[in-house]
Design a protein around this ligand. Structure first.
Ligand SMILES: Cc1cc2nc3c(=O)[nH]c(=O)nc-3n(C[C@H](O)[C@H](O)[C@H](O)COP(=O)(O)O)c2cc1C
Length: 336
């Protein structure tokens, strides 16, 4: 990974420093770029919320080969992990590789490792176009996240994604905070409960709502008919001073677990972080920026290698907490 990160550092110069620990400190306020919005506090809060959690270490048990596989919305995944939707290689990552090469590396590396990569959306249109081409190339293995555009624009993309072979559709509703899109005359907006329910009803595929940070929104997502939520503050890129995802996850889990699949992202950097999110009740996690660095620095083999490393790390954390299965993680492995 060091060699891959070195190449990424060169290719992303001026956009991302590919820090040893990607924590949002050096890049605070760098949006566009890879940073968090404003003071960068929401990006940092994601890491802090995970860092405050401590494991109860347990070694007297017979868990030597933990099972990291899970089922998510009818898909079998080798790990409880997805590559988060990230787009805009030219203005966020420096443009040394194309959007096509980038997303193909992410989806390809993920498919080879038995997990799923997600596809982002935005302006210009080639962001989602490159993503849907890659979904098609990998036989439908990829989840498109579409921004909360107004009706016609949203459904046009849903149709294109389904035609490319996507079987699950996501919406990053928190992108309603991206004022840049509004300035470009491409409005993204929050959705009323009725509107959201209508949209979900019309999308003929399981629907994931990304950007849920409160119990109220989580309950409304269930009632509107979403099949999954992603507890996420968009990597701290839409509203400064939001809490970390791991801060709000337990309350959301207590309210809606069992009625909807729960994913979480933000600041997950190690196998231990994945396990912490699962212990708090997430069924799977997404990782964002480290996947971008792996893809820009090492294309598909770089992504694959990154996944292998994090998988080994997750297994170690599972063994040292006596966790046999990724789909049945006990909250008691965390010290209260
Ligand atoms: C450069 C960049 C672009 C992003 N683009 C999107 C996007 O198009 N759609 C989306 O749902 N989330 C997008 N996100 C948010 C990520 O999907 C994810 O929620 C976040 O990066 C997770 O935090 P992490 O990077 O700390 O792991 C983007 C994030 C970054 C850093």
């Amino acid at each position: 990974m060091e060699a891959i990160e070195k190449v990424a550092r060169e290719r992303m110069k001026g956009y991302c420093r590919v820090c040893t620990c990607c924590d949002g400190r050096a890049c605070a306020g760098e949006v566009p770029g890879m940073g968090g919005l404003g003071t960068g506090s929401a990006f940092a809060a994601n890491l802090q919320s995970l860092a405050t959690l401590r494991f109860n270490m347990r070694l007297i048990h017979d868990v030597c080969e933990p099972d990291t596989s899970i089922q998510l919305l009818g898909q079998s995944l080798a790990l409880p992990l997805l590559a988060a939707p990230i787009g805009g290689v030219s203005f966020n990552m420096g443009g040394k590789i194309t959007e096509e090469a980038y997303i193909s590396a992410v989806l390809g590396g993920c498919a080879e490792a038995g997990i799923l990569g997600c596809v982002g959306d935005g302006v210009p249109d080639f962001i989602h176009q490159a993503g849907y081409e890659a979904i098609k190339a990998f036989g439908g293995k990829g989840i498109p996240f579409i921004k909360p555009w107004e009706d016609a624009a949203f459904f046009e993309k849903v149709d294109k994604a389904l035609a490319a072979g996507a079987t699950i559709i996501g919406m990053d509703i928190d992108a309603a905070g991206l004022i840049t899109l509004k300035k470009m005359g491409r409005p993204v907006t929050p959705k009323s409960f009725e509107k959201l329910a209508e949209i979900i009803e019309q999308v003929k595929a399981p629907f994931i709502l990304k950007g849920v940070m409160t119990v109220t929104d989580a309950e409304m997502a269930v009632d509107a008919g979403a099949k999954a939520i992603v507890v996420s503050n968009h990597g701290g890129r839409v509203l400064d001073h939001t809490p970390g995802a791991a801060d709000v996850l337990p309350g959301i889990v207590d309210a809606v677990k069992g009625r909807i699949a729960i994913l979480a992202d933000g600041g997950v950097r190690t196998g231990g972080d994945i396990l912490k999110m699962l212990a708090l009740g997430a069924e799977a996690v997404m990782i964002g920026r480290p996947f971008s660095a792996a893809a820009v620095g090492g294309l598909s083999p770089g992504v694959h290698q990154y996944i292998q490393r994090i998988a080994a790390d997750l297994k170690t954390a599972m063994i040292l907490t006596g966790t046999a299965r990724a789909d049945a993680v006990d909250r008691a492995i965390l010290r209260t």
